[in-house]
Write a protein that binds this ligand. Sequence first.
Ligand SMILES: Nc1ncnc2c1ncn2[C@@H]1O[C@H](COP(=O)(O)OP(=O)(O)OP(=O)(O)O)[C@@H](O)[C@H]1O
Length: 406
Amino acid sequence: MQYTEIMVRYGELSTKGRNKKSFIDRLGTNVRHALHQFDQVKVHAQQDRLHVQLNGADYDQVMKQLKNVFGIQTFSPSIKVAKDFAAVAKAAEEMVEEQVDHPITFKIETRRSDHHFPIDTFEMNDKLGGDLLHKFPDKLKVDVHHPDLTIRVEIRLNGIFLSSETIKGAGGLPVGTAGKGMMMLSGGIDSPVAAYLGMKRGVSMEMVHFFSPPYTSPQALAKAKQLTEKLAKYCGHIKFIQVPFTEIQETVKEKVPEGYLMTIQRRMMLRLATALMEKRHGLAIFNGESLGQVASQTMESMLAIEDVTNYPVLRPVLSFDKAEIIKIAEDIDTYDLSILPYEDCCTVFTPPSPKTKPSVKKARKYEQHLDIDGLIQRSLDGVKITDIHPGEDFLNQNEDVFAELL
Ligand SMILES: Nc1ncnc2c1ncn2[C@@H]1O[C@H](COP(=O)(O)OP(=O)(O)OP(=O)(O)O)[C@@H](O)[C@H]1O
C-alpha cells in the first residue's frame, strides 16, 4: 500500500487546557527529532492531530521510530486521495485486497470536517460499504459493533484520508514538557526503569553516575553508558554525567561507623546530585528506589538521606515489586544489560549489616568528622559529561574484558 502519511492521535496532552499548544509544539519537535534521518518527511502538529507526511519515505521505518515518542496515544498509516468517491472506493478496495486473505467482518467509519463535501458521513459509510460488499462478496460481511476491520474515512479540506490500522503509541507526555530531572543511574535493574518512567511523564533526564576506580572497572562505567544509550531512543540524546566517587567512599569508610557507611555515602551522592542540578537548572532528583527492597530503601533511611537536599527526590518505581520492575526492564530492553556482571560503587562499599533505621541526628553527627565541602568540590572538579545518542556502542569496546568476566 502506498501510504502517504501517518496520522498521529494525541494522548493525555489533549486535556491540558491552556498548556495544550506548548505540549503540541513540543511533541512536534520531538517527532521531528525522532524522524530526522528521513529528509523527505514533513511533520505538521495541528490542534487535533499530528500529521507525518511521508513523501515517499518507508512507512514501516517511520512507524518504528514513532513508537518511541511519548505523548502519542495511537497512530495510523493513511492514504490521501482526491476528494472524489471513485478515488476513495479504489483506495479502499486496494486496502481490502492487501489486508484480507480470509472471510472477515468490517465496517466503514467516516468523519467529515469539510461540510461542503457533497457526501455526508452516513452516505459515505453506506455507499462505500455497499461498494466493498459488491466487490468482495466472499470475503466481507458487515458488523458495525465488533468488526475485524474498520476502514476509517476522514473528509478534510485538503483531501480525503483512509486508514484501517490503529497502532498503539508509547503514551505518556512529550519529553521536555515537565522540565529537567537528574536521574541517579546505577547500572542495576531499577534505575533505568525509573528513568524510562520519568521520561514517560515528560521529564527531560540527565544521567548522573557515580563511579569509583579502581574499585569499579571501566566496564561498569561502559555499562551505565550503554544503558543510557538504550534510553536515548525515547528522547533523541541524553547527557551522561560521570562523577568520581572514590575519595568520598574511601574517606567515609575510614571515618564513619560501619552501620552508617551507606547512609553517609548516599547523603554524599545526593549532595553531588543537588550541586549538579543547581548548576544545570534541573527541578528534581530521580532514583530507582523501591520501598522496602533493601536496607537503604526504608522510609527512615529516605528521611536520613534526603536531609541534605531541598529538592524533591522522586522515585518512579517506589511501589513496584521487583517482578514488575523486571517486566518493564525487559520491555524496554535494558534487563539483559542490567544483569551483566559488574561492581557498582555501592556494592563494593556496602557494609554487611547497614542500619535499616538510621537517624538524621546521628548521620549529621558522624559527618562532623568529614570535610564535606572539600570532598564535594574535588568530586565536582572531576565530573565528565558525554552526550549519548541511540546506536552508540560502549560495551563492545571492552568485549574481551567482558568475556573474561562471563
Ligand atoms: N553508582 C551509582 N550511580 C548513580 N546512582 C546510584 C548508584 N548506585 C546507586 N544509585 C542510586 O541509588 C538507588 C538505589 O541503589 P541500590 O543499589 O540501593 O538499589 P537497587 O535496588 O540495586 O537499584 P538499581 O537496580 O537501580 O541499582 C539506585 O536505583 C540509583 O538511583
